[in-house]
Ligand binder design. Structure first.
Ligand code: HEM
Length: 476
């Protein structure tokens, strides 16, 4: 007999509120990860009337993620909240509808496309370098997280929408300021036991509505510019140069995508590509500063590959950054910015001895296994060497089942390769040009979940590095 919701164990809560007041939303993931130690693979919690099944076993999480799009879907409540704001795109599409969106977005984010857009990504890397160098030359404390978000938005808009935003060189009033209001409120609404915002709007609710309107206006500008390109060069319908052009062509020819869905996908890509990559980079820098030996290994690798260049100039060279990649993988293991995913079964389903009822709210802990000794030895330690192919310090237990920073199965993040490329370019640029120290006390930098999991705000001290003296192009 399989185990049903009522048979599951879970932390005790109060009669009315359940476990609602035992955690703050910003640390929900940690609260659940702690309880997974006690209650095992599958357990339950309650937030007011909301009953949640929590899955911590990486094997079961993988099984569920792979059973999409027909047996499981993203949580319906999340879809409702996103649609209220006009977001109907790849992230919240389901079933056959999802397949159409996925095919178009995949085309635009594939490796071939990335290579074609490499030069435009480098423009944003150059702008980021110049801002960092300005802070370093003037000995100014540098609040890096703001600029990382500007960088990721600039890359997404140029690669996916063919539009050069250059928010990195704009002062204030940029789109990021509006985007910052979106994720925390979506997360708050998803977890709110009652939709009180429908009856009474707080100041935060009004700011959220305003932020969405502003972003929508910006998205309309992208769409107009895409339509103009197709009008001026009709052959782009056959050979779209970016996701926007592919969406516009699909809407004209196949009628498979409506105008609303074009807008929804642009909003989705803006939101999905910004925070995730910027926060992952911020966490990598956090570790970078904690371990001088890691910083110096990254610098050696960057010196060797970049020589006198400020950043990587050739697309193919990014594959050679093996230590930089190891630092990125270790960062994503320990500080996965999406430590939980919200799903529900589309039908009653039995899996690994559990019965999941159609429509049950489920929280999948996608980071828990990666922090567990059963899957990674010295699981709590930051050890990039465990990811190096040929190293004596590769840890004995290294189980990839538990690694899911980009999700798993058919809905795994389509922006994974772009995100990894952005991270390699930025980290190698920083390693090549600067010594980096944290000004903010590391103990005060905590994990903060607001849909994505970010570090608290921190400030860096950047010191310009000397040219690499031992490089062949640098004779003494
Ligand atoms: C380090 C950076 C990133 C991380 C950690 C990340 C993580 C994730 C995760 C965990 C999911 C859910 C996967 C699942 O349900 O199995 C996801 C979905 C998605 N991501 Fe990313 N992501 C990153 C960067 C990006 C970028 C750069 C883009 C595009 C510009 C992007 C676009 C998307 C989209 C459109 C989806 C929805 C896919 C679907 O439902 O089929 N992501 N991402």
């Amino acid at each position: 007999m399989s185990i049903r919701y009522n048979d599951l164990q879970g932390p005790k809560g109060s009669f009315f509120f359940g476990n609602l007041f035992q955690f703050s939303l910003a640390t929900l993931h940690q609260y659940l990860e702690q309880h997974a130690h006690t209650y095992g693979d599958v357990f339950k919690i309650r937030m007011g009337p909301g009953r949640f099944t929590v899955v911590s076993s990486p094997e079961i999480v993988q099984q569920i993620l792979k059973a999409r799009p027909y047996s499981f879907r993203r949580m319906r409540k999340m879809d409702r909240i996103l649609r209220q704001e006009g977001v109907h795109g790849l992230f919240n599409a389901e079933g056959d509808d999802w397949k159409v969106h996925r095919r178009i977005v995949n085309k635009g984010l594939n490796l071939k496309h990335q290579k074609q857009y490499f030069a435009s990504i480098l423009k944003s890397v150059d702008r980021l370098y110049r801002k960092m160098n300005h802070a370093a030359q003037n000995n100014q404390p540098y609040a890096v997280q703001e600029d990382l978000k500007r960088f990721t938005v600039d890359v997404t808009t140029s690669l996916a929408f063919g539009f050069e935003m250059n928010t990195l060189e704009q002062k204030g009033g940029v789109i990021q300021e509006h985007m910052e209001k979106i994720f925390p409120m979506i997360f708050k609404r998803i977890n709110a036991p009652l939709p009180l915002y429908r009856i009474f709007k707080t100041q935060d609710d009004r700011e959220y509505d305003r932020a969405f309107k502003e972003i929508e206006k910006q998205v309309e500008v992208y769409i107009e510019s895409g339509k103009q390109r197709l009008q001026e060069e009709p052959d782009r319908r056959e050979q779209p140069r970016d996701i926007l052009e592919a969406l516009l062509a699909a809407s004209e020819e196949e009628k498979a995508i409506s105008n609303k869905e074009i807008k929804g996908n642009l909003l989705t890509l803006l939101l999905a590509g910004e925070d995730t990559t910027a926060h992952s980079l911020a966490w990598a820098l956090f570790w970078f500063c904690q371990y001088p030996e890691v910083q110096s290994k990254l610098q050696n690798e960057a010196d060797e590959l970049l020589g006198n260049d400020k950043y990587l100039k050739s697309y193919d060279a990014h594959d050679v950054l093996s230590y930089t990649s190891a630092v990125i993988h270790e960062t994503l293991r320990l500080k996965s910015v999406a430590p939980l995913l919200l799903l529900e079964p589309i039908e009653d389903i039995e899996m690994s001895g559990y019965f999941f009822e159609k429509g049950a709210k489920m929280i999948l802990l996608t980071r828990y296994g990666a922090l567990h000794e059963d899957y990674f030895s010295e699981s709590k330690a930051f050890l990039p060497d465990r990811w190096m192919e040929k190293t004596e310090s590769r840890c004995p237990v290294h189980n990839l089942t538990a690694i899911m920073p980009f999700g798993a199965g058919p809905r795994m993040c389509p922006g994974k390769h772009l995100a990894l490329l952005e991270m390699k370019l930025v980290l190698s640029m920083i390693a090549r040009n600067f010594n980096v120290e944290l000004i903010t006390s590391p103990d005060s930098i905590q994990e903060n979940l607001a849909f994505t999991m970010m570090p608290d705000t921190f400030t860096l001290k950047l010191t310009p590095r000397k040219e690499p003296l031992n490089h062949p192009s640098n004779p003494q």
